[in-house]
Every structure is written in C-alpha cells, then in structure tokens.
Ligand binder design. Sequence first.
Ligand code: ASP
Ligand code: MG
Length: 421
Amino acid sequence: MLVYKFGGASINSPEGVCNLGRIVSKCDDKLIVVVSAMGKTTNMLETVNAACFERNMDETLRILSGIEDYHYNMIDGLTGMSNSVKDKLRYSIKSLIDGVINFVENTKNHDFDYCYGQIVSLGELLSSTIVNEYVNSIVRTSGLVDARSFITTDSLFREANVYFDRTEKKLADIFSFRDNVNCYITQGFIGSNPNGDTTTLGREGSDYSAAIIASLMNANSLTIWKDVPGVLSADPKLFPEAKLLPELSYKDAAELSYYGAQVMHQKTIKPLVNKNIPLYVKSFIDIDLQGTDISSKKRLQDIPVIATKKNQILISILPKDFSFALEDALIENLLILQRYRLKIHLIQSTPLCISLCVDDGRNTRLAIDELRINGLVQYNDNLELITIRNYTENLIEQYSGIREKLIMQRDRSTVRILLKN
Ligand code: ASP
Ligand code: MG
C-alpha cells in the first residue's frame, strides 16, 4: 500500500486535477491519496476567519462567494466527467460552503482559534470532494474518507497535537480496501478533538497528515508530489543556482525543514522514521524525473544548502535589577513563549541578556507584553534568518551581502545569520 500527497499548488487548476488523475492511474498498488486545499484557498479562508472575528459579515460572505466560484470553475474545467456527476458535485460544494456560512452566522463561540478550525478546514473538504469525484468517475474506484473521523487531536485548534494511539485504533477499519475500493481520497491538515470539533495541524500540515497515515498504516512508502523537481538546495525563486538533492537522510530532511528549507512540514519525518518508511519527493509536472529519496540509508552530500525564514523578530530580555540567574530566567521566558505558541528559531545569551529569535505572528506582541512583567524587553522586527549548511566564507558574503548582521552563529558545518531586511 502506498500513500501519495498532493499540495495546493499541484491542484490549483482543472489541468492539475487531471494530472493527479494520471499519476493515480499509473499506480497499481492500493493507494491512499491525501490532498491539501486547492491553490490559495487556505489563505483566503484565513481572511474569512479574520473578517468573521471582526464581525465583518459582508467581507466574510464576499470572500466565501469568491471561493465558491473558484471551485465551480474548477468543476467546469474538468474534462471527461458527465454533466450529472458535475451537477452532483456542485451541489456538494454548495452544501459545504453553506455549512460554513451557517456556522459563521450562528456560532456563539467567537474564539479565534476555535473558529479557525471550523472555517479554514473548508478548503480541504472542498478539494477532497472534487478530487474524489474526479478519480472515482474517471480513473479508478475510489472512496472519500473524512480525516476528522480518524485523525484525533487535542484542542489546540490551529496547531493541534495528534493522539497517535487513538488515531491508529480507528485507521485499519476505515481504510479497509473492501468492496472493490482500491484507492481512498482524504484530507491533509485537518482532524478533530474528542468533542468532535474540527482542528488543524498547522500551516502546510498536509505533509504531516500523510506521514501519520503512512506510518500507522505501515505503507511501503510516502510520495509527496510537488511543483518542483524534488528537494532543492535552496529556494530557486531566491537563489537561481539551486540544485536538486537526489538523496537525503531522515536527519538531513528533518533539519532542513526546521531551518526553513521548502522541503516539507517540520513534523513530517518523525512518524516515518519510527517505521522506516521511505519518503519520495517528486515532480508533479514531470513524473519521470528522479526526485529526492529520503530514508535512513541515504545521506546529503557536501554541497551547500541554503534555507531562509522571513518575518522574524529578535526579542532581547534583560533583568530589571541585574539579578539574572540565566537558567531560571531562560526557563521562565521560554514557558511564556510556549504559552503563546511562538516558535523559537535561535537563542543567544550573555550574562545579562537573553535574545530569542521567533516568527513574528499574531501572538508576538502579547508575549512581549508578558515578558515585560519581569524584564526589560527590546525587539527588532522585520528580520530574515538564513541558514547555510556546508558553508564557505564566500557564500556567507554572497548571501548576507551588505545587510546588517544582528547575530551570526556557526559550527563546523552550519552557519546561521540573522539579518536586517
Ligand atoms: N492547506 C493547508 C495550507 O495551505 C495545509 C497544506 O497545504 O498542507 O497550509
Ligand atoms: Mg497548501
């Protein structure tokens, strides 16, 4: 049994969905297909959630109507499906969108994160419904499975933690491959908590969903189909000399995704390592290209790899009375950041100052206010963190250029530079 995952960029047009169909039709094995929301739908749904939070109903309904049209156009463009199947599909899309409108208009719970789960999950529900209907009517006998019926999580709505044991108990029954079904379509990114509320696993979380399914179902492999030829040594949009990395170890892949390489969601590797399941990252556009093989046996060669994280903020905390015991202060401050769910990408300390580089997001200023209760806090925002594996002095010069370096940390193989934009 194999697991395939298709991201939003691969299925952002009717041609993309047809191409998915071609790839699925070439696979003779039993197959579970995990899909993300189509194109930029998740970004649009995030603006729906923000508008809804501000009780701006006109804006909420306007964006939802745009999302509806986008999916109708998708259906219109799919060749080979009968009109009656398309009508049925339009009806399903309308019901899913009406469900969200009904939620927005009637919910009594206005918690931002809770509403995020109920609203933003719509993207994956729409895409999986369309993909399943297409595959089932053209390619092979498929069945649609709602990921919320088996991915069981806690209630951290926008970055939920998966309960692996509960999820595993449900899986085998759900993906039974009975009644001639040899292919299942399901959603990435979404799950549900024990109350039955919809939760999400964090942006780009579909890779992680696919890895969980592959691991718990003991799949032979997981393939992530992408709009690039595989894992590259840098983002080709920023660094035109980026090269394909034909093989990586699990450790390389986990590190690179942590550093911000456009590889895959950070949590993807762990479930695969536990069962030693190989991961292939392949081109959705040219499926005969070799792509990248990731497994325990492979390793990264010595070529330089560059990863960047934009929109970083460096928070520096000093004691009010010179009384730092570094460990205590560090732990206290880390707990505050954890409570606001800020991801720390770099730490630097001196006897009188702790500096932490984190993503600058919705919660950052709230965390800073809380850090100010115990210390003097300064911050620098609009920063970029560049990591270079297998660096040379030339590369450091080339990529940091004339920009001001706030922090540079290096060991024998890796340098990390925090730059002003
Ligand atoms: N649709 C979600 C996102 O765009 C999940 C994913 O693509 O993996 O973040
Ligand atoms: Mg996506």
